[in-house]
Ligand binder design. Sequence first.
Ligand SMILES: *Cc1c(COP(=O)(O)O)cnc(C)c1O
Length: 418
Amino acid sequence: MHHFHYKNQELFCEGISVAEIARKVGTPFYLYSHQTLIDHFRKIKTAFAPVDPLICFAMKANGNLAVMRTLIREGAGVDIVSGGELRKALKAGADPQKICYASVGKTESEITLALKSNILFFNVESIAELCEINRIAKKLNKKARVALRLNPDVNAVTHAAITTGTLKNKFGIDLATAKNILLSRDRYSNLVINGLHIHIGSQITTSAPFLRALKKVLIFKRSLDAKGIKVEYLDIGGGMAADYVEGTAQPADKIAKALVPLLKKIGLKVIMEPGRFIVANAGVFVTKVLYLKDNGVKKFLIVDGAMNDLIRPSLYDSFHEILPVSRSASKKITVDVVGPVCESGDYLGKDRKLPALAPGSLIAVLTTGAYGYAMSSNYNARCRSAEVMVSKNKFSVVKDREAFVDLVRGEHIPGFIK
Ligand SMILES: *Cc1c(COP(=O)(O)O)cnc(C)c1O
């Protein structure tokens, strides 16, 4: 599944020892395997080949330029959610005609930038937004291509914070409203409304929720056909699960097998927006043991990485496997792996069986390539970690570790404070 494995009890990423990289770049850092990124992209591409989808990588999962460039070289487009992401995608070399843009709150300057960049389409989430894009497109004398983000009102059966396709969520347009928009789409003089979009959530481990949503889309599409309304695209969003624990997520080819017949029936040009599935397994977070603490009730392995670097355990109670970078035969103890941040919620793993690692030992937190660095912060005035990419037996720092200047950049003490 990925290219992190032990050689003589030492963890390697592709052809390089993780400890060797740590010696050169310091800790903590995110480490990405170039080949794993490619393998996962190709897995989706191959599995869904019968409908020949445009695969737009959801860069909010990992917006590193080197990660994006790797996927763009493989033919990927990019799914963006802000003007900042648009600029990064273009800088990484994305073809604007392979960029789609979803967000419930696009601003005038973001819409303007996207129109001037000639992106493939906007995934629009409300009538107010349609009117705004139409107004701005008119001003620029442009036509904006638009897909309507449908809210199919299905539960993605995942963590509540990452389910997006029910009417209790802020996302998408209910089906009745969407149909009315399409029936009167001529009133939007500067819009070409020719696509449907769904994205029902993230870390969806089986095909069932996707099937439920697509069945609703099929019925919706048939009701459009009956009125003679043609659309061109169906963007089925992202959400395919990564294997945080090996074997827990249905593989891509199984999911494709379930969805392809329905996608063929719907008969539109398919676009996909996978994020997590492509990058999660391609990254690990490497951090160094500072102290082992035993308070008589619990043992804590205190490491130099923390919730500001990887917030998923604190935020979603998510599980990431933790491995020692150097394996030993020494007896295992049960520890909570925690960081230095001043919050009880600052942990990377709870009740883990690990060797009694000495200060200076390294551990790797697995499956952290998605929503890892992307969600990091400077909380507790901690510099963001470095990001490193390995290809075969070469490695390169693809984002510098932050320094003190980054922590105070743009801050000013005004003259009225004595
Ligand atoms: C977050 C998001 C994705 C990617 O979700 P994953 O679960 O990472 O695949 C795709 N499309 C949209 C609109 C999103 O908001």
